[in-house]
Design a protein around this ligand. Structure first.
Ligand code: ADP
Ligand code: MG
Length: 475
């Protein structure tokens, strides 16, 4: 006669009870819910992945013997892991485990048992309901290698990244540490590696996470008292990408937990990819233990793209948008936005948007207008030439006159104002300001700054001039 799942499990529990301590029985067997018994497969529900692994590590022999005795030989055990609290989220996945054969978890470290109520994995990356443990890698398809333009500025990082993707964990580049300034392609490259791994090795568990998300998850895990599940989740990853690790600085708890995860992954030959705005040598506020590990693999930087690369990036992006833009215009953009690929992209997007919204052709004129706005908005250094131009414009005076030897009062005053702004808005020295404005010495510039400051305190109208010019300069 075929036993119902309840009866079968009850019989199993009786045997188990005699073979484990009372405490273990209560902790590890009472919470199990028998779900079904079909085709010689017993499905049991356990509260967490950790729970399942613990059973596998500690009790697999007992389970095998018991199931064989109660249900018959050839019996298989399936786990149904519940995630989310109080069984409300029926998020679950099933792990198939033949009851014969060695569990493949022998080299996993032993985790301390966690409280049953908090043992459920609530990791946002886990897609529920799939047959196998599945982690959403958090990759954006547009960040592929195909879309990543190679140039002098990123050649080493790119090729190391590609090597890593073709042999995750199997190169000397572990960890691969990609560093460089804002908007130079670190995130894109790191994601490209993940995408390529998934393409070449679909079975590998890849996860991209930025450091602040990691941080938040960790804080949450601590709050909910399931640090173990957090650590365990990360220790399952085959290719872990952590973006912007500089934000780990001074966060001691996070660094500590990351240290353990890192060591575990590295030991198992799993690939770790890190990005940062600084090289490991320059990173401040990070534990020496971590820094020394960051240096184990390869550090490769991404630099500002040269003109040719900028053009190529613009070409690729506009091609992807299905828009053909004159070389002349692309060159204009590429020669005015030089230090940041994100801004380069932004410029192109706003030109396209302008042209679409206003149904205007994309002309050099339009591009110039847009770029001028963008460039002024960004915190570029204002040049002394530009200051002179604006000041002269304001007072309706030619730049030649400002730079002439004349001692006419209004010219002197305009000159002083130009010097004052040059001092406050540029990094130039007093001497070089003087040399550039009217060929004066540094003492004259110093005097000019004092005079302007005094006048602003005493002369309302003068103060108004200054404020107006200031606005124009920052426009
Ligand atoms: P970072 O992480 O270094 O601040 P991102 O990776 O976010 O920079 O890059 C900023 C933008 O520039 C993204 O939209 C990215 O797709 C693009 N980008 C960066 N490098 C390249 C490249 N080599 N080829 C094409 N696009 C790039
Ligand atoms: Mg980034």
């Amino acid at each position: 006669m075929v036993k119902t799942v309840e009866i079968a499990w009850k019989e199993c529990l009786q045997i188990i009870k005699d073979n484990v301590s009372k405490a273990s029985y209560r902790t590890w067997f009472e919470p199990i819910v028998p779900l079904k018994l079909e085709d010689n497969v017993l499905t049991i529900q356990v509260p967490s992945t950790f729970f399942y692994e613990f059973l596998e590590e500690q009790y697999i022999d007992l389970l095998r013997k018991t199931l064989t005795k109660v249900i018959g030989s050839g019996v298989k055990l399936e786990y149904h892991v519940v995630m989310g609290d109080n069984g409300y989220n029926k998020q679950a996945y099933t792990v198939k485990m033949p009851t014969s054969g060695k569990p493949n978890l022998s080299n996993r470290p032993l985790h301390l048992p966690v409280d049953k109520d908090t043992a459920s994995i609530k990791n946002p990356f886990i897609i529920p309901g799939l047959k196998k443990m599945h982690v959403d890698p958090q990759l954006k398809p547009e960040n592929s290698f195909d879309n990543f333009v190679e140039g002098e500025c990123n050649r080493l990082a790119r090729s190391a990244g590609f090597a890593v993707a073709s042999k995750p964990g199997g190169t000397a580049f572990n960890p691969l540490f990609v560093y460089g300034g804002n908007g130079l392609g670190k995130t894109h490259l790191a994601q490209a590696i993940g995408i390529e791994v998934k393409k070449q090795f679909p079975e590998k568990i890849v996860l991209y996470v930025d450091s602040s998300r990691f941080q938040t998850q960790y804080a949450e895990a601590i709050r909910k008292n399931n640090r173990n599940d957090f650590v365990h989740f990360y220790q399952m990853i085959d290719v872990l990408i952590v973006d912007d690790v500089q934000y780990f600085a001074t966060k001691i708890g996070t660094q500590d937990v990351f240290f353990h995860i890192f060591n575990h992954l590295h030991q198992l030959g799993k690939q770790v990819i890190l990005t940062s705005d600084k090289s490991p040598v320059e990173l401040q506020g990070l534990d020496e233990r971590l820094l020394s590990r960051f240096k184990w693999g390869l550090s490769a930087d991404v630099q500002e793209p040269d003109f040719k690369t900028r053009i190529e990036i613009l070409k690729m992006k506009s091609y992807q948008d299905g828009i053909n833009i004159d070389d002349e215009i692309l060159e204009y953009i590429a020669s005015h936005i030089t230090s940041n690929i994100r801004e380069l992209e932004g410029a192109l997007i706003s030109i396209l948007a302008q042209s679409t919204l206003n149904r205007k052709e994309i002309t050099l004129e339009l591009a110039k207008q847009m770029i001028d706005k963008l460039v002024k908005n960004s915190r570029r250094e204002i040049s002394i030439d530009y200051i002179q131009k604006v000041v002269c414009n304001y007072f309706n005076m030619s730049v030649e006159k400002l730079n002439s030897k004349t001692r006419k009062r209004e010219v002197v005053q305009a000159r002083q104002i130009a010097m004052y702004f040059a001092k406050s808005m540029t990094k130039s020295s007093l001497a070089s300001i003087g040399a550039n404005i009217g060929g004066k010495d540094h003492a004259t510039v110093l005097h000019a700054c004092k005079t302007v400051n005094n006048l602003m305190d005493t002369d309302k109208r003068f103060k108004y001039y200054i404020e107006e010019i200031d606005k124009k300069l920052k426009m």
